[in-house]
Design a binder for this molecule. Structure first.
Ligand code: APR
Ligand code: PHB
Length: 421
């Protein structure tokens, strides 16, 4: 099946009346419509990775991103990469810097009641994770798309999805003030939780599952050496804390705060003092503090939308699901969707559409396992406002069991490093 063609005006577009009846009104694009095989809404990590993998397979795509490249790259996001994610980035030919600058972690520390213990991924299941910031992953993807002349339109407004169930889907949008149209075979909704794609699935079809946690994470980025060579997840009576990093000179720390806490309440000094109270004493003594170069509070929620396909539309990443950051699954889950969708699209253009038809079911099976793990980890490591002394003892018993059980540690390890695709 002929796979590759370049975006071009529709056949006969020159005499194309350019009056397009899309329901209630005629749409008059000033520019001739362009066509591609896969229209991708969203130039975040999932949209960019999908575009890159499709390109390498000879399948054409166009990315529509509402923000500028610099704005997208200004976002500070977690960067613990599962082995599967590293493999996908290698397949996408964007892993060179990742391997040069990323840090291999063969384990992580958990701490409870001032006592830390290590989960040894390598000894338990022969696996590891790579710490490499999402911002850098996104930068590498943008650079790769530019080097291969990828079609990415920034500062796009008013994207709308049309004719998803007619076999002739298209997008309309505004760029530089003029109305545009993009005809395509398929649409990948990589536009995140607040995007337009999920909302384009009919209300009677879409099911949403959500749990909002009664607390948030206050995060600080500082140009200080990390307190530990691997991450420390700390359960403490005062609340959860996490010690992470971006490099050997850039540290990332979090403490659990009430979900309505104002950021202004937290000076740098107040943050450092509270972090020291929650992490094991030896780590607190080693902690190097410094001015925050980024400080923000993020809410925690679990969210899943079903189905992840409606007609020609396929939801990918945060557009379909959100996980609390406790299990470091957000980016990795977006990438597992990209794995399933890009392989299914390649098979489709080779004449085999079964995987594409099964995309929602296949992706959701792994999504729910990651959502479960993230929910489980969040429940074990945080203080809940309505927590009773009984709940507290159960949490402590869970963590003591985890500290002393190889079977329990193996469960955590295989979920944390990433279940197989
Ligand atoms: N039109 C065009 N672009 C849009 C629209 C729209 N209507 N709505 C959102 N976008 C863009 C956003 O500006 C953003 O750049 O879609 C992109 C979505 O990117 P992400 O939100 O990063 O989602 P995703 O690519 O799935 O990556 C998931 O990002 O949010 C983190 O924790 C999450 O690590 C995970 C990763
Ligand atoms: C981070 O480094 O930002 C980070 C790491 C692990 C997590 C969450 C966030 O579970």
């Amino acid at each position: 099946m002929f796979r590759r063609h370049l975006p071009r005006p529709l056949p006969g577009a020159s005499d194309f009346v350019n009056l397009i009846d899309i329901g209630n009104y005629f749409y008059f694009p000033e520019a001739s419509p362009i066509r591609t095989q896969v229209a991708i809404i969203g130039g975040g990590p999932s949209g960019l990775l999908l575009s890159q993998l499709l390109h390498l397979a000879g399948i054409d795509s166009v990315v529509l991103e509402r923000k500028s490249r610099d704005y997208v790259l200004s976002r500070i996001r977690a960067g613990v990469l599962e082995q599967g994610s590293v493999g996908l980035l290698e397949k996408a030919q964007v892993a060179k810097r990742l391997h040069a600058e990323g840090q291999i972690h063969t384990g992580t520390y958990l701490a409870a009641q001032n006592r830390g213990f290590r989960i040894d991924f390598d000894a338990l299941i022969g696996a590891q994770v790579t710490v490499y910031g999402q911002t850098e992953v996104t930068r590498d993807l943008y650079d790769a798309r530019a080097a291969m002349s990828g079609q990415i339109f920034h500062n796009v407004d008013g994207v709308e999805l049309h004719d998803l169930d007619t076999g002739k889907p298209f997008l309309t949008y505004h760029l530089d003030g003029s109305a545009q149209r993009l005809d395509c075979d398929f649409i990948a909704g990589c536009d995140g939780f607040h995007g337009v794609s999920r909302k384009s699935i009919p209300a009677g079809i879409l099911k949403e599952f959500e749990r909002v946690f009664p607390f948030g994470w206050l995060g600080v980025l500082s140009k200080t050496p990390p307190v530990s060579d691997e991450l420390i997840y700390a359960n403490n009576a005062r609340g959860f804390a996490l010690c992470s990093m971006r490099s050997k000179t850039l540290s990332r720390y979090y403490i659990q705060v009430p979900q309505d806490d104002p950021l202004e309440k937290w000076s740098d000094q107040a943050f450092w003092d509270e972090l020291k109270r929650r992490i094991p004493e030896d780590a607190a003594e080693r902690l190097v503090i410094g001015p925050s170069i980024e400080k923000s509070i993020a809410p925690l929620r679990s969210f899943v939308a079903e189905p992840m396909r409606w007609g020609a539309l396929f939801l990918v990443g945060d557009a379909a699901h959100i996980v609390p950051p406790t299990g470091a699954k957000g980016l990795n889950l977006a990438f597992s969707d990209v794995h399933y969708l890009h392989t299914a699209l390649i098979a489709h253009y080779d004449g085999q559409s079964a995987a594409l038809d099964a995309y929602s079911q296949t992706a959701l099976a792994r999504v729910w396992k990651a959502v479960r793990f993230s929910w489980w980890m969040t429940g074990k490591m945080h203080r809940f406002p309505d927590q009773t002394p009984f709940d507290q003892r159960i949490q402590e018993a869970e963590l003591t069991y985890l500290e002393n059980s190889v079977a329990a540690q193996r469960m955590l390890a295989e979920n944390y490093v990433g279940l197989p695709y």
